[in-house]
Design a protein around this ligand. Structure first.
Ligand SMILES: Cc1cc2nc3c(=O)[nH]c(=O)nc-3n(C[C@H](O)[C@H](O)[C@H](O)COP(=O)(O)O)c2cc1C
Length: 122
C-alpha cells in the first residue's frame, strides 16, 4: 500500500498505476482500511472520481469487502466532464442486494459545493 503519485494518474501511459487498475474490469486494487462499520448504516453516500467513464475498480474492491445487501447507496462523482456512464451497472455486480442510485456528478467541484449537495439529500 502506498500513496498515489501524479505518474500513477497518467492516463496517457498504458503502464501507469491507474491504467493497469482500469485495464481489466476484474482487477481489484487493495484497500488499506478494511474495518468500516457498514452494518451501522442503512444509507451510504459513496464518492469517487470518474476514471474511463466509470468508477475506479478500487470502488468494486470496497463494495465487495462488506455486505451492502438491503442498503441504499447514493453515488456522487467528480469528473472532467463525463457523466456516470456505466458506473451503476458495474458497481451493482459488487453489491448484490443493494439499491444503487445515481446522485450527482460534479465537474471540478469545490468541497463546499459537495457538502451542500450532501446536506440537500439528507
Ligand atoms: C485515469 C483517469 C481517467 C479519467 N477518466 C475520465 C473520464 O473518463 N471522464 C472524465 O470526465 N474525467 C476523467 N478523468 C478526470 C477525473 O475524473 C478527475 O481527474 C477527477 O475527478 C479529479 O479531479 P481533479 O483532477 O480536478 O482533482 C480521469 C482521470 C484519471 C486520472
Amino acid at each position: 500500500m502506498r500513496t498515489i503519485s501524479k505518474a500513477d494518474l497518467n492516463w496517457m501511459d498504458k503502464k501507469s498505476r491507474s491504467s493497469v487498475e482500469m485495464s481489466d474490469k476484474k482487477f481489484r486494487p487493495e484497500i488499506s482500511d478494511t474495518d468500516v462499520s457498514v452494518e451501522q448504516y442503512d444509507e451510504i453516500i459513496l464518492g469517487f472520481p470518474i476514471w474511463w467513464y466509470v468508477a475506479p475498480t478500487i470502488m468494486n474492491t470496497f463494495l465487495e469487502s462488506y455486505n451492502f445487501s438491503g442498503k441504499k447507496i447514493v453515488l456522487f462523482a467528480i469528473s472532467g466532464g463525463s457523466g456516470f456512464g456505466n458506473t451503476v451497472s458495474e458497481l451493482k455486480l459488487s453489491a448484490p442486494g443493494a439499491v444503487i442510485i445515481e446522485g450527482k456528478v460534479f465537474h471540478k467541484a469545490e468541497k463546499r459545493e459537495i457538502a451542500e449537495w450532501v446536506r440537500s439529500i439528507l
